[in-house]
Design a protein around this ligand. Structure first.
Ligand code: SF4
Length: 429
């Protein structure tokens, strides 16, 4: 264990790391030719005799853990659509979608998005409306806009081959750069996401400085020291793994998979964990204490009011949020202010509450009936014209959900709209 501590704590990176050739992940079978198994099997722990033989052969406990992690990933990894063909385009799109979103949610969206935009060229040439519409329901819509802008840069200059190049693209941070470079290009690049943070902080008992726990001021400095240590540890793991023949794409995905499937936040399955022998938190019986939590999230309370205007044919008046407005580019019900002072027949009111990012939203939906929608477009009675009305730059249209896909082509509704529609449908028309 002493050697393990020395290695994992070493500040400097091992020099001259060789890139591991290929990836055992590319094959759908294990190296021994056996098909992938999905069930979790208890792993043998490292015996004293094996440890002694390893020590004589110069194999450290850290090396053992890294190899065990790679072998475990080969045996137990989930089959996910972006893993089966890890091209730069597919890996990049999946990583952007997976930011703040669960794998189970992303999977159907990923498949639909790739069907609609099968290549980076098709994504680059699509309109923003088309991309946002294909993204609708995933939330965090700036990701869709950044994806399209980055696709245009990639079509012009090609896929970047280093971290600096990826970081220059809109919507790409340190984690995404490391993920695409290691998974798609098998480069020896590290990554740290929430899953990797949990695994590494438990394995090495990496603590947050007290200043970032909310006990004193100066939290951002304390937090960056903590993050820097996680990244150093992740870099060491991927570099040493490559030297041992564990491909970077395998090692990084194994760390993430371990966090997702075994080393879960509340009930880690330490009994079947491939690196349990090396886990400091487990040895100290402190697993539940890691990772240490940051200062609690500061919520922003938002109140909004929208008007759900429906005509006798069951069609809805919708409005596209203007640039600069919250949820810009998404279609939604009109804001109540757009009709302030107008006389309308109110049928019902309903309240919708939901949480998005750091916002706790309370939305009041007022259902009103309109006799003849089409004739009202441009009418002074409603105060908007075809080209706009209400907020400057907002677009309007009459949406007929019964008309099918053609009617909604290029119209991306956000989750706030669908929540409001579902809620208001429960009211009597
Ligand atoms: S032994 Fe338990 S706490 Fe440690 S890495 Fe494995 S699952 Fe996580």
């Amino acid at each position: 264990m002493l050697l393990l501590s020395t290695l994992w704590h070493r500040e400097g990176m091992p020099q001259g790391a060789r890139r591991a050739r290929g990836s055992s992940q590319d094959a759908k079978k294990t190296a021994s030719g056996k098909p992938l198994k999905k069930q979790e099997a208890p792993l043998p722990s490292r015996t004293a005799r094996a440890a002694s033989l390893d020590a004589r052969a110069g194999v450290t406990a850290a090396d053992f853990a890294l190899r065990a992690l790679g072998e475990w990933f080969d045996r137990q990894r989930r089959v996910l659509p972006w893993r089966e063909d890890p091209s730069p385009y597919r890996v990049w799109v999946s990583e952007i979608m997976l930011q703040q979103t669960q794998v189970a949610t992303v999977t159907p969206y990923f498949e639909r998005f790739l069907k609609r935009f099968p290549t980076v060229e098709s994504l680059a040439s699509a309109s923003e409306d088309e991309v946002v519409a294909a993204w609708a329901g995933l939330g965090y819509y700036s990701r869709a806009r950044n994806l399209r802008a980055a696709a245009q840069a990639i079509v012009r200059d090609g896929f970047p081959r280093d971290r600096v190049g990826w970081l220059a693209l809109p919507g790409v941070g340190e984690y995404t750069a490391g993920a695409v470079l290691s998974i798609a290009f098998n480069e020896t690049e590290a990554l740290v996401d929430g899953n990797v943070e949990r695994v590494l902080s438990r394995l090495r008992r990496i603590r947050r400085p007290a200043s970032s726990l909310g006990f004193s001021l100066g939290s951002s400095r304390g937090d960056s020291a903590y993050k820097a240590r996680l990244w150093r540890t992740a870099r060491f793991a991927v570099t040493r793994g490559a030297q041992l023949g564990v491909a970077p794409r395998v090692l990084n995905q194994a760390l993430m998979e371990l966090g997702a499937m075994i080393c879960s936040p509340k009930s880690p399955k330490c009994g079947v964990c491939p690196v349990a022998d090396s886990c400091r938190a487990r040895k100290q019986d402190e697993v539940a204490l890691f990772p240490q939590k940051k200062k609690p999230k500061e919520w922003i309370d938002v109140s909004e009011r929208v008007l759900a205007a429906v005509d006798s044919r069951g069609r809805w008046l919708v409005r596209k949020n203007a640039p600069g407005e919250w949820r810009a580019g998404l279609w939604d019900f009109p804001k109540y202010e757009d009709f302030e002072g107008k006389t309308v027949e109110v049928l019902a009111e309903a309240e919708v509450r939901y949480v998005v990012t750091r916002h706790r939203v309370r939305r009041l939906v007022t259902l009103v009936r309109v006799k003849d929608f089409a004739s009202l477009r441009g009418s002074e009675a409603w105060g908007f014209a075809d080209s706009g009305g209400g907020a400057e730059g907002a677009e309007w249209r009459i949406w007929d959900e019964q008309a099918g896909e053609q009617e909604t082509a290029g119209v991306g509704f956000g989750s706030a709209f669908w929540k409001s529609l579902e809620r208001i449908r429960n009211c009597t028309l």
